[in-house]
Design a protein around this ligand. Structure first.
Ligand code: ADP
Ligand code: ADP
Ligand code: ZN
Length: 215
């Protein structure tokens, strides 16, 4: 299964991707996670990416395209993959098409998670992530059993710096300007599967699975 999860910040891409990786036993490729790890390790790529991420803008196309190109050649992508947060621009989508073509792979579907803007702000301001294992939570919609502690590993939960209200507004603007055209892009390729992302996490997962079966 070769999938893209498309949708604005806070739509639930990471949450759904993690569930799909278990279901299909294929890796989640999150450019956001890869970039945050590079920032944390202060690699040259991380140093370059940090200011764009802090400001809520996009990291330059050549950087993220390089990440995904390399990652897709990894042996663990042989049976499939879930791209989460990539592509985010038409240039990235074109580069992905070229890369997959050269690897002799075709996308199965692009799942588009549709969520109202106000709900996105509430989801992002309440988002928490485990520092140890990366599991995501929400203080209201998906709380851990013990406040501030990961159910899976007991790690400490933290709030991302870019999940402040001001940076969220900026990221949503960037999404509308640069990423939302990708829905039409993949509709034209007959790959787009729109899913109502306003429902509960488990219901969204069921909808995605039934759409994939029907596709
Ligand atoms: P994205 O990867 O698209 O930015 P996340 O998967 O990180 O989004 O989800 C953003 C926040 O919203 C997280 O705190 C997550 O727990 C919560 N969330 C995800 N899906 C839903 C949902 N269907 N209903 C309510 N909250 C959700
Ligand atoms: P969210 O799903 O909440 O929008 P991500 O974790 O996917 O957040 O991305 C966090 C930040 O990393 C983005 O705001 C952007 O600066 C950078 N980033 C992630 N993926 C890409 C991409 N494909 N192109 C450019 N920048 C990216
Ligand atoms: Zn954890």
């Amino acid at each position: 299964m070769k999938l893209i999860l498309l949708g604005p910040p806070g739509a639930g891409k990471g949450t759904q991707a993690k569930m799909l990786t278990e279901r299909f036993d294929i890796p989640q490729i999150s450019t956001g996670d890869i970039l945050r790890a590079a920032v944390k390790d202060r690699t040259p790529m991380g140093v370059k990416a940090k200011s764009f991420m802090d400001a809520g803008g996009l990291v330059p196309d050549d950087v993220v395209i390089g990440i995904v190109r390399e990652r897709l050649q990894n042996q663990d992508c042989a049976a499939g993959f879930i791209l989460d947060g990539f592509p985010r621009t038409v240039a990235q989508a074109d580069a992905l098409k070229e890369t997959l073509h050269s690897l002799g792979k075709d996308l199965d579907a692009v799942i588009s998670l549709e969520v109202d803007t106000e709900a996105l702000v509430e989801r992002l301001t309440g988002r928490r992530t485990c520092r140890e294992c990366g599991q995501g939570y929400h203080v209201k919609f998906d709380p851990p059993r013990e406040a501030g502690r990961c159910d899976a590993c007991g790690g400490e939960l933290f709030q991302r710096d870019d999940d402040s209200e001001e940076t969220i507004r900026k990221r949503l603007e960037v999404y509308h300007a640069q990423t939302s055209p990708l829905a039409a892009y993949y509709r034209n390729e007959d790959l787009l599967l729109p899913v109502d992302g306003m429902q509960e996490i488990g219901t969204v997962q069921e909808k995605i699975l039934s759409h994939l079966q029907a596709a």
